[in-house]
Design a protein around this ligand. Structure first.
Ligand SMILES: NC(=O)C1=CN([C@@H]2O[C@H](COP(=O)(O)OP(=O)(O)OC[C@H]3O[C@@H](n4cnc5c(N)ncnc54)[C@H](OP(=O)(O)O)[C@@H]3O)[C@@H](O)[C@H]2O)C=CC1
Ligand SMILES: N[C@@H](CC(=O)OP(=O)(O)O)C(=O)O
Length: 340
């Protein structure tokens, strides 16, 4: 016996990956339905070798459905997630709306799967920001061994983190640069993204940080350890899929880079590729469609007492969003909503 599963935002990049991953991982599904906005009514989306016709979220009744995976952004989530939760369906939400609510668990299964039981507080579980998810998968095993004091992270985030229009903007700007008269003015981003990098993701806060940077700080504390200090600089780069991060870590105890490498090789969700030669590291193109969080360039930082540098790359639509959501559903199913 399996679950009745709803994918909300099924026509989007994250929603499509949710359907792919549910099928790939053979999540025990008895019945599945795909929802999006009214304008997408009847749009066909794939679920394994089946085709589903998208239904209208606005008129959908969640009564009798077990789990809803949401990927529609905070504004629409605010309207529909409480409705689904109150109709008895457990919501696993990809937006940032509920992440900072102390009543709502914020989960990366490799790090804090035990928190899943708190879904009962509001019938909602939050999925972290894509940049946080891959970072905490890498930090957790190192923290367990040597206690992390401080993290300095710079991100290189792909345009798929913004959504469908941003993917089109990078594609059209890139083509337009070569075709006279077809230049494409920035519309999704404040500056040209093709052949450029933009040190600005999400809105600016009074502190001068962007909200994306703030999210990485606050979410790491909630998921991993409130004592860890984090400072982030988040940058958009002209890459379609795959977020990269250069992470500098300062520990309480000394941790040799070779031992760190051994620890990371054994860590759940992690693959180490670190040959210290040309091409012996992971780039975003290498991680597209993969589940793992890849770690390369593991080395000592000799400028502080107990420091390491690492390079972390993952598919932001997968571990950063859809895969993590499906993993949460797997934990929820096996620990809390047992069937059969
Ligand atoms: N955890 C993370 O780090 C990440 C989270 N996300 C979250 O997932 C969300 C979706 O991202 P992504 O798939 O890339 O975005 P896309 O732009 O590719 O897709 C958006 C999806 O949301 C649907 N949608 C939007 N508004 C409504 C509405 N009012 N009612 C019903 N459906 C609606 C769209 O339906 P339609 O096609 O009919 O318009 C579409 O299916 C993001 O906004 C973000 O909150 C995304 C990436 C990473
Ligand atoms: N902000 C991330 C993706 C995302 O949607 O994040 P959030 O769910 O925190 O809004 C990016 O642009 O790469």
């Amino acid at each position: 016996m399996g679950y009745k599963v709803v994918v909300v935002g099924a026509t989007g990049n994250v929603g499509k990956e949710m359907l792919n991953i549910l099928a790939e991982r053979e999540f025990p599904v008895d019945e599945i339905t795909a929802l999006a906005s009214r304008k997408s009514l009847g749009t066909e989306v794939s679920f394994g070798d089946k085709t589903l016709k998208t239904k209208d979220l606005d008129t959908f009744d969640f009564t009798g459905w077990d789990i809803a995976l949401f990927a529609i952004g905070s504004d629409a989530t605010k309207i529909y997630a409480p409705k689904a939760a109150s109709q008895g369906c457990v919501v696993i939400d990809n937006s940032s709306l509920y992440r900072y609510d102390p009543q709502i668990p914020l989960i990366v299964p490799e790090v804090n799967a035990d928190q899943v039981v708190h879904y009962k507080n509001k019938n909602i579980i939050a999925n972290p920001n894509c940049s946080t998810a891959q970072m905490v998968v890498a930090l957790k095993p190192l923290h367990d061994r040597a206690r992390i004091k401080r993290v300095v992270v710079s991100t290189y985030q792909s345009v798929s983190g913004t959504g469908k229009e941003a993917i089109d903007e990078l594609w059209n700007q890139t083509k337009g640069i070569y075709v006279p008269g077809q230049e494409v003015k920035p519309s999704v981003y404040p500056k040209q993204i093709a052949f450029n990098v933009i040190p600005h993701i999400d809105v600016f806060l009074d502190s001068g940080d962007t909200k994306e940077e703030w999210k990485m700080v606050v979410e790491t504390k909630k998921i991993l350890d409130p004592k860890i200090k984090v400072t982030a600089t988040c940058v958009r780069v002209p890459v379609f899929v795959g977020h990269s991060e250069a992470i500098n870590i300062e520990f309480e105890d000394y941790l040799d880079w070779e031992e760190a490498t051994d620890i990371l090789r054994e860590a759940p969700g992690v693959l180490v590729v670190d040959k210290r030669e040309a091409g012996g590291y992971i780039t975003p193109i290498d991680c597209v469609g993969e589940y793992a969080t890849y770690i390369s360039r593991i080395r000592q930082d000799e400028t502080v007492e107990n420091g390491l540098n690492i390079w972390v790359v993952s598919d932001n639509l997968r571990k950063g969003a859809a895969l993590n959501a499906v993993q949460i559903a797997e934990v929820l199913g096996s620990r809390c909503l047992k069937k059969g």
